[in-house]
Design a binder for this molecule. Structure first.
Ligand code: SAM
Ligand code: SF4
Length: 311
């Protein structure tokens, strides 16, 4: 499981914001965090297996995890190649913060659900979008801009302010801006379907074109969803595996299938169990069944492409 590009580690499910879109908020685990003993086991196994790629943190709001500095310090110490990517909603991303958070190998992806507070109505509660913008300005002013990437969860409403958001990023000299599509989960469809994008809508096309023109003109890397790609591309068939280690040490193949636990990291035999499962899934019939259960395949989301990539 250590031969991969990314390992997802869930340090906490806790969050300081409530998003309608978010599946983890409705999880029975929504207030759980990784105990120190499991945390140490994760660090130990990453070290023993000489893992040299990326660790992604971001199921709840990782900034609320009390042992975050300890985790980052110990992971970066393992070898010089490991990098860490952390997703945040930006609310607690406020200086002063431990200096280790801004090591060159730590990257923060700040997700915004809109550019104005009104964009968040009925979508994201207890968030103050203007305060987040101020936090970001302060971080950049203090020299931490290189650690930041932006992410905008696009929907049919906030697309109207996407260009302003991109201009804000440009002012802060942010090098990469991901525009990711809101996934409307089947079980929340009724509540969220009004935000689902109609890619054929002429107003939508116009707004996206404006963003494309602006980013071309200003040499920006704005990654937009590829609206023409087929809906149900399977990670498995593309050979992308993203091991996920949950707060309680449970390991699964992918984010989206945390329900399907292969083994616990505390189990001395977990690597063998991982390999056996890998062999089982290499038969396409089995892998199809596996992917059919993924919540990513059960949404209306599509994949992404980019306009420019010079970074
Ligand atoms: C679950 S959050 C955890 C990290 C952090 N609390 C945040 O909001 O960035 C991880 C990422 O998933 C995204 N996300 C959650 N639900 C989503 C949905 N239904 N559609 C698209 N993105 C979603 C969030 O916007 C965020 O970028
Ligand atoms: S801020 Fe992140 S973790 Fe919290 S509810 Fe929203 S998407 Fe989920």
């Amino acid at each position: 499981m250590f031969k991969c590009r990314t390992i997802f580690v869930t340090l906490t499910y806790k969050c300081n914001v409530f998003c309608e879109k978010c599946a983890t908020r409705r999880s029975p685990d929504c207030n759980k965090s990784m105990p120190q003993k499991i945390l140490n086991r994760v660090i130990e196994q990453i070290k023993i297996n000489n893992y040299q790629n990326n660790i992604a943190l971001g199921t709840g709001e990782t900034l609320l995890y009390e042992n975050l500095s300890y985790f980052i310090e110990n992971i970066l110490d393992i070898n010089e190649k490991i990098t860490i990517r952390i997703l945040t909603n930006g609310k607690a991303f406020k200086l002063p913060l431990p200096i280790i958070y801004f090591d060159p190998r730590v990257q923060w992806i700040v997700t915004m659900d809109g550019f104005y507070q009104s964009d968040l109505d009925n979508l994201q509660y207890s968030q103050d979008i203007e305060a987040v913008k101020e936090n970001l300005k302060e971080l950049v002013k203090n020299g931490y801009g290189n650690n930041l990437l932006f992410n905008y969860t696009l929907n049919a409403e906030n697309v109207k302010h996407l260009l302003e958001y991109v201009k804000f990023a440009q002012e802060l000299n942010i090098k990469k801006i991901y525009v990711t599509q809101l996934k409307v989960f089947r079980e929340f469809e009724e509540k969220l379907h009004q935000y689902d994008i109609n890619v054929e809508d002429s107003m939508f096309k116009k707004l996206i074109k404006e963003v494309q023109q602006f980013s071309d003109k200003n040499d920006l890397n704005v990654f937009l969803p590829d609206f023409n790609r087929p809906l149900k591309e399977r990670c498995w068939e593309k050979g992308i595996l993203s091991p996920t280690i949950n707060y309680n040490g449970n390991i699964s193949f992918c984010s989206g299938r945390e329900d399907a636990v292969i083994a616990n990291i505390s189990d001395p035999d977990y690597l063998n169990k991982w390999q056996n499962m890998l062999n089982f899934l290499s038969k396409s019939k089995n892998s199809s069944f596996w992917c059919k259960q993924c919540y990513n395949n059960n949404s209306t989301a599509k994949f992404y492409s980019h306009i420019k990539n010079k970074v």
